[in-house]
Design a protein around this ligand. Sequence first.
Ligand code: FES
Length: 106
Amino acid sequence: MILKIHPYDKKLTFGFCNGKGASKSMEISICIGSSCHLKGSHDLVKIFERLIALNSLQDQIELKGSFCMGECTSNGVCVSMNGQRFKVTPMEAETFFRDEVLKRLN
Ligand code: FES
């Protein structure tokens, strides 16, 4: 896994970073702040990386990590998809990917 810190927006980038991020059609940011970490953000990253690879979507999806998005009180890990916020648990990850991510790409 590649982990890179962007100095200006202080976001972390991991996986599938090929320098073509700006041209990808979807950006998914997973909060890796302490509260979301305790809710399974590391597992969510691994699941999303696997699902992106299984669906050969590396050229379409930029998967990033983000510090706290300010929504720690809700259940699930905070996920931003093209700026829209969601709460996703690792148990819900595959359903979320099928129903929200793949739907938007098709
Ligand atoms: S730690 Fe994830 S929203 Fe605050």
